[in-house]
Design a protein around this ligand. Structure first.
Ligand code: HEM
Ligand SMILES: *[C@@H]1O[C@H](CO)[C@@H](O)[C@H](O)[C@H]1NC(C)=O
Length: 488
């Protein structure tokens, strides 16, 4: 089997485990090279720097290990990770270069256990021509007009269904709520609205599936990975049924989610449809849930920002369409909220790093990167670089209002701010996730105020679910509150 390396955004812990497993079965390849490799140390044989790496990333300041190495060796250095030669970069220009050369000099690839779970025919796991095709479809499915005409209202319906049910004084574990919201969003957006029992059933399956992505890849009863595989099958069966039904009845029946639109507008072979949907499910759940969680967490620690966000959201309770829901103009008017989201993405580190493999020997500046090496663009190191961001580890959403930061802020092209990656694998869900998070914040802060119950330490890694807990006590706000415009 060809070497493993991997891209990782939401599931570094899972991949770490996988790497260790792979490490035990991989034969070490010895290769002498005549070129100058990026400087670094080899660490312990086999284990190498894996544990320092893991500890650093598991800590509250992920790039610490990277920072130490950068101080010693420079922004591009090498180390031994998971038994393999790895080149790690905290250099914004090189990171950009790696992402821009996806499919050419570099490529992302995943362990087999992961590919089996998310599907071999999905955009995340395929390469080359097929990746470009599926990426195009994904981008099309989530482009701006679709957000305006389909997602905007659907997202709000989900928020009303999921966020409205808490009572005053109720204590909630915020990460569980965010995850529940994210899963319900996925059920709604991917499969379309259906009956309540069906939503419940699919939410259960989606949740099992996502759990499996975050755990040890053991395909035996009792293990989360196994449960996830079963969930995957049932999700596929459901999708297959939808396809059949649509074909049989010749109607546009297929739900009004991405699946329905996909069947209507695109010409994807039947056996690729399910993997396509499941890939979106995987890529869009934990990322969105975690960003929501971090946004609320940081706001709770920063009352001034909290107040400003609440004021902005309260001012948006205009009733554009007569059903009490926000319109696109409202979304466009959330300028401070967007600063909060950008800051949560910068500081929270949802995609801490990406992992690539060198497809061939790559020469960059004075360095030569041997074919087959891991290549790790460490996005968080750039996002938390004191030279780029003043008080980089402080939550300061106002920094994004500074005119001097506007170019830096452009998350589609900025080398200094790339929470959604870049190049050929740039997140096709970027715009959608921002809309989801903004609407979540709207419904959350206009419905409740809250106080944190105990001082929990949040870890940025590996998954917010695994952290002690962010417990808050909710208080329901009254719509007749004098600070709010009246609502009918
Ligand atoms: C705050 C939320 C999100 C963040 C931070 C995020 C971040 C990222 C990043 C960094 C990548 C690039 C991975 C790589 O280059 O290896 C990526 C890819 C991807 N994202 Fe997102 N994402 C988010 C939400 C979403 C949502 C909501 C969806 C869809 C429902 C989505 C779908 C995808 C897909 C399909 C890919 C793979 C694209 C490809 O390989 O061609 N993401 N995301
Ligand atoms: C779903 O449909 C595809 C394509 O027709 C087929 O290859 C696959 O076996 C089906 N899977 C299930 C679980 O029904």
């Amino acid at each position: 089997m060809r070497g493993i390396c991997s891209a990782t955004f939401t599931i570094p812990s899972f991949l770490f485990i996988v790497f260790l497993v792979q490490l035990l079965v991989r034969k070490k390849k010895k290769e002498k090279t005549r070129y100058r490799l990026p400087p670094g140390r080899r660490g312990w044989p086999l284990i190498g720097d894996s544990f320092s790496w893991y500890n650093a990333v598991a800590g509250s300041h992920p790039p610490q290990f990277v920072q130490q190495q950068v101080n010693r060796f420079g922004k591009i250095f090498s180390c031994s990770l998971f038994g393999k030669w790895a080149v790690v970069s905290a250099d914004p220009t090189f990171n950009r270069f790696i992402m821009q050369n996806e499919g050419k000099l570099f490529q992302s690839s995943y362990p087999k256990s992961f590919r089996d779970l998310v599907g071999k025919n999905g955009v995340i796991t395929v390469q080359g021509e097929q990746q470009r095709k599926l990426h195009g479809i994904a981008s099309n499915m989530m482009r701006l007009e679709k957000l305006k005409f389909h997602f905007l209202d659907d997202i709000q319906l989900v928020m009303l269904q999921t966020l409205n049910k808490f009572d005053s004084n109720q204590v909630i574990l915020l990460q569980d709520v965010c995850r529940m919201v994210a899963i319900n969003l996925m059920v709604n957006q991917l499969l379309g609205a259906s009956t309540e029992t069906e939503i419940k059933e699919m939410a259960r399956l989606f949740s099992d599936f996502v759990d499996g992505c975050l755990s040890l890849p053991v395909n035996l009863p009792g293990f989360a990975y196994h449960t996830a595989m079963k969930a995957r099958e049932r999700i596929i069966r459901k999708i297959n049924k939808t396809i059949e039904k649509r074909r049989r009845e010749g109607s546009s029946e297929g739900g009004n989610g991405v699946l329905g639109r996909l069947l209507e507008e695109e010409n994807l072979p039947d056996n690729e449809v399910a993997d396509f949907i499941i890939n979106l499910l995987f890529a869009g759940s934990e990322t969105t849930a975690k960003t929501m969680l971090f946004a609320v967490y940081f706001l709770t620690q920063c009352p001034v920002a909290m107040q400003q966000l609440q004021d902005e959201q309260d001012s948006l309770r205009g009733d554009w369409n007569g059903v009490g829901m926000l319109a696109w103009q409202d979304y466009k008017a959330m300028s401070f909220t967007m600063c909060v989201i950008d800051e949560a993405l910068r500081l929270g580190g949802i995609a801490i790093w990406l992992m690539r493999e060198a497809k061939e020997e790559v020469v960059y500046q004075d360095y030569v990167i041997p074919k087959g090496s891991f290549v790790v663009p460490f996005l968080s190191a750039v996002h938390l670089d004191e030279n780029l961001y003043k008080e980089a580890t402080t939550f300061h959403p106002w920094r994004w209002m500074d005119p001097a930061n506007q170019e830096k802020r452009n998350w589609r092209s900025s080398p200094f701010y790339c929470p959604f990656g870049g190049g050929a694998r740039f997140c096709p869900g970027a715009e959608l996730s921002r809309l989801q998070i903004a609407l979540f914040l709207h419904y959350f802060v206009t419905t409740y105020t809250w106080s944190q119950l105990k001082e929990d330490r949040m870890s940025f890694f590996p998954s917010a679910r695994l952290v002690n807990g962010f417990q808050i006590r909710l208080t329901k706000r009254h719509v007749t509150d004098s600070t709010l415009p009246s609502q009918n």
